[in-house]
Write a protein that binds this ligand. Structure first.
Ligand SMILES: Nc1ncnc2c1ncn2[C@@H]1O[C@H](COP(=O)(O)OP(=O)(O)OP(=O)(O)O)[C@@H](O)[C@H]1O
Ligand SMILES: [Mg+2]
Length: 218
């Protein structure tokens, strides 16, 4: 079940001839956490979107275990889970429903989906929020709900985009521990972050500046 994602000399452009990622290479290994760092606008979210099959590179390739990623459906079939920077939750559903809907859509039987939902919400300190509407949760509670959902989906690859930006120190540490736990069970984890301390605790780091990989620690 372990998978390796290889980003090989990838360029991505939202508009023709205006690449926001240029010639970026990186490898996400199973059992390891790769930090993607760099200033705002450097291209971290864009890189994760390419690794999730959401954006197609203009040049270069993203492969999962050697097979070029075709699109988001292909990535989902390969169990590539993304926790997006804007959390991606349905605001008019409860925290619990957000997890259950995602799990059931991924083929998890309803009883297991209910069990996993309370288990993961509890891990993120959200047992009391399960029946609360997402739009009524604080920013940090919403962020933790999105993380709980991402963890519940049990990806072979987990792409976590700025998932600690709204959290206090204790919750930030809890989330970092959970990301490392995911790697320990064999997932390839990629964590985009502004936080140099969090990045230093990762197994490897790719530092982006203006769409280019400026520093790679492997
Ligand atoms: N949908 C889009 N259409 C056009 N340009 C975009 C789009 N999304 C991002 N960009 C541009 O691509 C560049 C990289 O953006 P990206 O979101 O990947 O940066 P980031 O490193 O994740 O930044 P942040 O730390 O603020 O989240 C930026 O210059 C941004 O303006
Ligand atoms: Mg971003």
């Amino acid at each position: 079940m372990t998978k390796t994602v290889v980003v090989d000399r990838v360029s991505v452009a939202y508009a023709p001839d205006r690449p926001v990622l240029r010639d970026v290479s990186a490898t996400a290994w199973p059992g390891r956490v790769l930090a993607v760092t760099g200033p705002s606008g450097a291209g971290k979210t864009t890189l994760l979107a390419a690794m999730a099959g959401i954006l197609r590179p203009a040049a270069g390739s993203v492969t999962v275990d050697g097979a070029p990623l075709r699109d988001r459906d292909h990535a989902v079939a390969e169990r590539v889970v993304i926790i997006p920077q804007d959390n991606g939750l349905a605001a008019i559903l409860t925290a619990g429903e957000n997890l259950q809907v995602a799990l059931i859509a991924n083929g998890v039987p309803p009883t297991d989906a209910r069990r996993l939902t309370s288990e993961k919400l509890e891990r993120l300190g959200l047992s009391g929020q399960a029946d609360q509407l997402v739009e009524e949760l604080s920013g940090g509670q919403q962020q933790r709900t999105a993380i709980a959902r991402g963890l519940a989906l049990h990806g072979d690859v987990l792409l976590a985009d700025e998932v600690t930006s709204e959290l206090d120190a204790a919750n930030r540490q809890r989330v970092l521990d959970l990301l490392h736990d995911e790697a320990r069970r064999g997932a390839a984890v990629v964590f985009a972050t502004h936080d140099p301390e969090a990045a230093a605790a990762c197994d490897a780091e790719l530092h982006l500046i203006d769409g280019r990989a400026e520093l790679v620690r492997e």
